[in-house]
Design a binder for this molecule. Sequence first.
Ligand code: UGA
Length: 430
Amino acid sequence: MKLSIIGTGYVGLVTGTCFAQAGHNVICVDNDPNKVKLLKSGGMPIYEPGLDELVRINVKAGRLHFTHDTKEGVDNSDVVFIAVPTPPNADGSVDLSFIEGVSREIAAAMTSYKIVVDKSTVPVKTGEKVAETIKRYCKAKVDVDVVSNPEFLREGFAVEDFMKPDRVVIGVASERPVAAMREIYAPYNAPIIVTDINSAELIKHAANSFLALKISYINAISVICEMSGANVQDVANGMGMDIRIGRKFLDASLGFGGSCFPKDLSAFITISQELGYNFGLLKEVQRINSEQMDRFVKKISETLWVLKGKKIGVLGLAFKQNTDDVRMSPALELCQRLQKEGAQLRVYDPQAMEKAKTILKEATYVSDMNDVAEGCDALVIATELPQFKKLDLERARKALTHPIMFDGRNLFDAKEMEHLGFIYKSIGRR
Ligand code: UGA
């Protein structure tokens, strides 16, 4: 099918590229001419495993095109996907101005019937507004069907998630766009659930909030484990073996972050409030998450006492593994809090250092993870990168002025670390 994707960020670029890989003809539209130029010249604006290769293949095959002109995208497609940012406002609500702006642009460009699909994460009832807006601004007075088709991609695994989805959610106001949507997703052999638009929008906020709740739940359990001398990983394993619960998203940590969970939680709380419901449970999820960071910072400052003038090595800057994304990164927040206390930082991340440099200015950026500990008073693990498990521990122990490690992601075995001579402090484990 002929598709256009408006917005070439993490979601839009992965969506467009994976649709092209499935054989569709795709135009990706972005209003940033530099980004379009970069993509046209074979460059990549983001790091996402496997994506660059797929972009190359599909551009070469003539199935994937880039433009900054929305009209060109709309004219050359039957189905137009919206994948623009929906950033948070200061009060926790969602800034929908990009969605509104793009809806007007699509309307102005339309000269024939189109299916307009929202992929961006939006509060329930946004689809109604998009449909209203397109109808209002469409001079050609042609028909439109608005569809909600939320994305469930994890950064760092987005291509894999797109190619093998657990489910595809299609929210519609009538039967008319359903066949086309099924055809678009047919190559992926995924279960498809068709709902009304409001339910589809709610599925996204409800799913992300539930996952965040799962993490806060295990983080609260980690506090009880520390107080009682239990081990949070054993508790998570035991809980997770109940198939109704499942082991995934039960890894205690210094807190969740990223551009999705914190924003979606706030947005869901706000929209629930606007609809007349006080979603106190989700406020508690937020509280536990920010307290988890406070507890970790306290753990470090209680051990090292005065942080002013202390040298601390930090492994990980991205908000999670496999990405260069530092938006709302707990690792970065931790670094900033340690700096505020006067600590000097030596930091490393395999993908995120360039992006981190624009925010975390005073730190020393080190190009090899095994050099980070050099001359430091302590080493901190802040992101759950599997490669940190391969750290040369013997070398790190010798390089540190005192062999102290704070592990905010429980990457190492506590007993083994003590055996190696470390003072090792992790989350929810003695
Ligand atoms: C999340 C959802 O997992 C996706 O399904 C969704 O599509 C996406 O948001 C979105 O709304 O676009 P993502 O933000 O890429 O994906 O990252 P996750 O893998 O969900 O991790 C989020 C945060 O939770 C990270 O900071 C991670 O370190 C933390 N986390 C995750 C934990 O602390 N413990 C866990 O057990 C799992």
